[in-house]
Design a binder for this molecule. Structure first.
Ligand SMILES: Nc1ncnc2c1ncn2[C@@H]1O[C@H](COP(=O)(O)OP(=O)(O)OP(=O)(O)O)[C@@H](O)[C@H]1O
Ligand SMILES: [Mg+2]
Length: 345
């Protein structure tokens, strides 16, 4: 049984135009346009209340938008909801399996709901239990599962119908690092097999690990998008990190750069703990000029490196606030410290 029927000429597995969903004063979706190319993973990033789950609910036909259009796998969410439900998989932020049934029973039941014959439903359940390392717990009530086991079962459940498009709504929130890695490798395997994935997450690292492209949401709107490197480049250039051979020369080096007044370069800073001089760069020519100048002035350099902004920094730059998942180690004051404005919930 294959449900992966999509018109061959369609490049985008998901096409969203002008999507609007308001709850009273709250603009959960406030004019969203987005596209997911077939066979790719789109990461949807955003803080609490940004509208990520609302988007997933609209795209899975669970709620109707107030306005706008959405076409998934060639099917219109408003006009062809029943057909659409057969070609999508959904792993919700809130698990959707029945606690009283065993893992195996849950998967079997979902297979039957998708019209699989009994034997096929049993076989598919077994296959997925194995794939997600759940065979030992397969006979136990899901109520006794750990958080990670539930999440894996939920992921397995969303894949029973071999969906062409899979929505993963914060699939690893609350998982320990090992389980999170397991989920990541399953998602990668799915993407390799050609499944289109729309993944919402608050973890920058997760987006970086899994997504081909990114869309950043805030207050119901798309505020940035593109490839990860593209997004980083948009936010700001690289930082050149120079390690003087003699750590005592940090400040002299910063002084020399300030005095030289190289065009477009301002604000070299000394990082005493790291023993580095940081220089914000916008071009390769600037990099060459900085290194050249330091050479001319007789500075001995032990090492250089360039550093792209992290996704946390990207997020901060485009939303003007920290991502709610920004968990820096205590006492690490690195990075710009914009005032955190809570998002109206
Ligand atoms: N059924 C509803 N009734 C009223 N308001 C709602 C409803 N569903 C969502 N909202 C509001 O819409 C906004 C967007 O919510 P949504 O759940 O889509 O955010 P989210 O990006 O998924 O957040 P989180 O990261 O916390 O899961 C929030 O302000 C939320 O309170
Ligand atoms: Mg959500």
């Amino acid at each position: 049984m294959e449900h992966t029927t999509q018109p061959a000429d369609r490049q985008n597995a998901v096409e969203v135009r002008g999507l609007l969903k308001h709850y009273g004063e709250t603009k959960a979706l406030d004019g969203v346009d987005l596209e997911v190319r077939r066979g790719t993973v789109l990461g949807v990033l955003g803080p609490n209340g940004a509208g990520k789950t609302t988007l997933v609910r609209v795209l899975s036909t669970l709620i109707r938008p107030d306005a706008g259009t959405a076409v998934v796998a060639g099917l219109d969410v408003l006009r062809q909801p029943r057909e659409l439900r057969r070609v999508i998989g959904l792993t919700g932020q809130y698990a959707s399996v029945d606690e009283k049934l065993s893992g195996r029973e849950n998967l079997y039941m979902i297979g039957r709901l998708l019209d699989l014959p009994r034997r096929a439903a049993r076989a598919r359940a077994q296959e997925l239990l194995e794939r997600f390392s759940l065979t030992e717990a397969a006979g136990r009530a899901v109520g006794t599962y750990s958080g990670g086991m539930r999440r894996r079962l939920d992921l397995a459940a969303s894949m029973i119908g071999r969906p062409a498009v899979l929505y993963l709504d914060e699939p690893t929130t609350g998982l320990d690092p090992r389980t999170r890695n397991e989920v990541w490798s399953e998602v990668r395997a799915l993407a390799r097999e050609g499944t289109t994935v729309l993944l919402t997450t608050q973890y920058m690292e997760e987006a970086e690990q899994l997504a081909d492209e990114l869309t950043v949401f805030d207050r119901g709107r798309v505020i940035a998008g593109g490839g990860i490197d593209e997004l980083k480049a948009k936010v700001g250039g690289r930082t050149l990190q120079i390690r003087p051979a003699d750590p005592d020369e940090l400040h002299r080096m910063v002084g020399a750069l300030a005095q030289a007044g190289l065009s477009g370069i301002g604000g070299a800073t000394a990082d005493e703990t790291g023993g580095l001089v940081n220089v914000p760069l916008l071009s390769d020519a600037q990099l060459t000029a900085v290194i050249g100048l330091l050479g001319e002035r007789g500075f001995a350099i032990a090492g250089i490196d360039t550093h792209l902004p992290s996704l946390d920094e990207v997020f901060l730059a485009v939303t003007g606030q920290k991502s709610s998942s920004l968990r820096r180690p205590a006492g690490d004051g690195s990075g710009p410290e914009n005032a955190f404005e809570g998002v109206a919930a």
